[in-house]
Design a binder for this molecule. Structure first.
Ligand code: DO4
Ligand code: MG
Length: 281
């Protein structure tokens, strides 16, 4: 089932029928064990609505959850970071972390810095090389159980990250640095390893980059990332975890204002965002 957030309402798409559930506390609503069964039980008394209830602009499906991200989980990501960090001597760290037991996990965003479907993401005005990072994103409840999936865009500055690996937080965290949505795909079973992540970046109606990858290409298991994330942190409202990118445009590509980024993960849906250089909300 798909769970969309529109202000204080959840729109649930289940077996091609749409339902509306008023939600007073989004944190409590999504932070449950057996989320699929819990929501399914609530649909019995829910009002059925037209598909049009899903507006063009839905909210990111989060409230007080943090977004964390895993890095260098695909070979392509390792190679791209090693290239961009060669001049600074930082390339060796990406090589090491790809093979290390401990994965790279970093804090990405709160809701304040996150936008939803059809909204503007931001690129930094002090960066010269910027990319979207399309990432399968896990919804994990406070018990450390994966309850659903969404699409994340880990918008990143490659010029700042490449200058020095210690600049990672500045390359990753800024206003509107993350996009999440359009919904949470809540499942009883884990996603198939054959699931594909697709991206298309277009400028003035012309496609500048298009590619896709299956999540089975990821080096690490989702449960392994979750285990490390929960080793020393509590997440009382649950947490979102971006699982890393494998889709990196060639080195001559950088995002420009008004570029359209379309990320599709078939069972979840499509997340569309546009680029701005607004530094503030
Ligand atoms: O190590 C830098 C960030 C890696 C990352 O965001 C990714 O691989 O997706
Ligand atoms: Mg990333």
């Amino acid at each position: 089932m798909k769970v969309y957030k529109i202000k204080n309402t959840a729109i649930i798409e289940h077996e091609s029928v749409f339902y509306e559930l008023p939600i007073h506390n989004w944190d409590a609503f999504i932070n449950r064990s057996n989320l699929y069964s819990a929501i399914k039980a609530e649909l019995v008394n829910a009002k059925k609505v037209n598909e049009n209830a899903i507006l063009e602009t839905v909210d990111p499906p989060m409230a007080n959850q943090e977004i964390w991200a895993a890095g260098v989980t695909y070979l392509r990501s390792k190679e791209a970071r090693m290239d961009e960090a060669k001049a600074s001597g930082g390339d060796v760290f990406y090589d090491k972390v790809y093979d290390a037991d401990r994965p790279e996990l970093f804090f990405k965003a709160t809701a304040q810095r996150t936008v939803g479907h059809n909204d503007f993401i931001n690129i930094r005005t002090d960066s010269t090389w910027d990319v979207p990072e399309p990432e399968l994103t896990l919804l994990i409840n406070s018990q450390g159980e994966i309850q659903g999936y969404t699409i994340g865009n880990d918008v990143s500055s490659r010029s700042i990250e490449g200058e020095n690996p210690l600049y990672l937080p500045q390359a990753k965290v800024f206003e509107r640095c993350a996009a999440l949505g359009p919904c949470i795909y809540v499942t009883e079973q884990p996603l198939s390893p054959e699931t594909e992540i697709e991206i298309e970046i277009s400028r003035d109606g012309n496609i500048k980059y298009k590619d896709k990858i299956a999540i089975k290409m990821m080096k690490r298991k989702h449960t392994e990332l979750v285990d490390y994330l929960f080793r020393a942190c509590d997440f009382p409202n649950g947490v979102f975890l971006m699982t890393g990118t494998c889709l990196v445009p060639s080195d001559d590509f950088t995002l420009q204002t008004n570029d359209k980024i379309t990320i599709t993960i078939a069972p979840i849906g499509t997340l569309v965002n546009y680029v701005s250089t607004k530094n503030k909300n």
